[in-house]
Design a protein around this ligand. Structure first.
Ligand code: IPE
Ligand code: IPE
Ligand code: MG
Ligand code: MG
Ligand code: MG
Length: 329
């Protein structure tokens, strides 16, 4: 099994062996079945790299709690199916996000997007299949030693974080704000972007980011701790930490669209401005976005200090927060 977190935290030393385990598990959970072309499309996007940030967060939060409860099932064993389920839902969200009817992107993780290779119908269905496979993996592969009530809570929360209150709802609001989706209320006549008075724009933006990206990151930090039967104080601190981290992650993504390049991002930069997206950069500019990130980094660290866990236990989460904010890819 992987080494325990170290005090002088080195993110690469922490993440590399865990990423290997995540890749092995994802590979194992997606052995090709019938129809082969569907599994190939699913695996094309799921096993194409990516930072595995959500999976690492889930493992790190489980490990943070395990440090208080040595013995028995390891945190990595307990949380790995959940971590992989998260990556499956994330991969689905990326496949669908890249479709011509959404962000219309040609590159993802350094390769042509799913629909460019397999066609739009297959991309849609590969995303659907990953979405439901995630639930099956979580429920069937989580080891029997994990408390069943905790598992049910985690499965229910994963559905909530993914669905209309979470990622999917956020993606719809993002599309509405971009004017791609017509509101039902407007009788499909007006572009929805026009329906948001400027005074509400800042709130709308925050709510989009918290749902389209933040909800799954919040779930990642909360679920690892829940699977390890963390107490209410820790769960609440980890959920709030995940919210802060989730918002920061999307602000950093908005900034990278402005400052990054195709090679390091693996996706085409400059798309947000070209598409007229509502982003942190479009409202607050580059400097304003950097200030927001610095503020969120302090908030996130403070929340970890309030979790009731020793700093040595939350070192990986602190490292992942800094990575999310200062990353180049
Ligand atoms: C990209 O997510 C989509 C967002 C929610 C910003 P990541 O930046 O985590 O993408 P991968 O998984 O590393 O490819
Ligand atoms: C994507 O936000 C959020 C989800 C996929 C849920 P973006 O549209 O900004 O992500 P990228 O920039 O395409 O990765
Ligand atoms: Mg998008
Ligand atoms: Mg996109
Ligand atoms: Mg983006």
């Amino acid at each position: 099994m992987v080494a325990t977190p170290v005090l002088n935290f080195e993110l690469d030393a922490y993440a590399t062996p865990r990423r290997q385990l995540i890749e092995q598990s994802l590979e194992q959970y997606t052995a090709i079945c019938d129809p082969e072309s569907l599994w190939q499309a699913m695996r094309y996007s799921l096993l194409s790299g990516g930072k595995r940030f959500r999976a690492l967060l889930c493992l790190a939060s489980a490990e943070a709690v395990e440090a208080l409860k040595p013995g028995g099932l390891t945190a990595v064993e307990a949380a790995m199916p959940c971590a992989c389920a998260l990556e499956m839902i994330h991969a689905m969200s990326l496949i669908h996000d890249d479709l011509p009817c959404m962000d219309n992107d040609d590159f993802r993780r350094g390769k042509p997007t799913n629909h460019k290779v397999f066609g739009e119908a297959m991309a849609l269905l590969a995303g659907d299949a990953l979405l439901v496979l995630a639930t099956e993996v979580l429920l069937r592969k989580t080891p029997p030693q994990v408390d069943r009530q905790c598992l049910i809570d985690v499965a229910a929360e994963l559905a909530r974080a993914t669905g209309p209150e979470g990622m999917v709802g956020g993606q719809v609001s993002d599309s509405i704000a971009t004017g791609l989706v017509k509101t039902v209320e407007a009788g499909n006549q007006e572009e929805a972007a026009g329906g948001h008075p400027p005074v509400q724009t800042a709130q709308l933006l925050e709510s989009i980011h918290k749902r389209k990206t933040g909800a799954l990151l919040r779930f990642a930090t909360w679920s690892g701790a829940r699977l390890m039967q963390a107490n209410e104080d820790t769960l609440s601190a980890f959920a709030s930490f995940g919210e802060v981290l989730g918002l920061a992650f999307q602000i950093a993504d908005d900034l990278l669209d402005l400052t990054g390049d195709l090679q390091s991002l693996g996706k085409t930069p400059g798309k947000d401005q070209a598409a007229g997206k509502l982003t942190w950069v479009s409202i607050y500019g580059e400097e304003g976005s950097r200030r927001a990130l610095a503020d969120l980094e302090s908030k996130g660290k403070a929340l970890l200090s309030e979790s009731g866990l020793p700093d040595s236990s939350t070192a990986a989460l602190r490292g992942l927060l800094s990575f999310a904010i200062h990353r180049r890819s």
